[in-house]
Design a protein around this ligand. Sequence first.
Ligand code: IDP
Ligand code: MG
Length: 149
Amino acid sequence: MEKSLIILKPDAVQRGLIGPIITRLEQRGLKFSGMKLMQIGRALAEEHYGVHKGKPFYDGLVQYITASPVVVIAIQGQDVIQVIRNTVGATNPVNAAPGTIRGDYGLEIGRNLIHASDSPENGDKEVALFFAPEELTTWDRNTDAWIYE
Ligand code: IDP
Ligand code: MG
């Protein structure tokens, strides 16, 4: 089972898009195991985006993600990394296909609404970075047999 960390970034929250974006993930059939509204501090932002340190957009990225509250969601399931990346769309909304979250709601790379883990290893790490174990729930869903064969 893979894990993915989703962050509805400050622009998604400020623009009132929490509901529409969560609806897309939920309607896809994805199962949430954790969800909360929080403010990301500078230290957590720097740890989460450490791989981008030194890049020209890094300072702006840390400023963006810490500017206002976010909603973080943990999702667990089969192939969730690729499934969610496909639903989210290309990093730059200019190139994101219509029907994807970034392709339908975004216009610029620096305001692309949502984060999603890019590999199973990073999914495990990022979920552990944002959620304490007691904040995560594994639960049986009655519809699972109609979503997975
Ligand atoms: P991803 O979010 O699709 O995985 P990454 O390449 O991991 O994309 O970049 C992380 C985040 O950094 C992006 O989602 C975006 O918010 C920001 N970012 C990436 N490249 C640029 C850029 O060229 N200008 C401004 N922000 C950028
Ligand atoms: Mg990334």
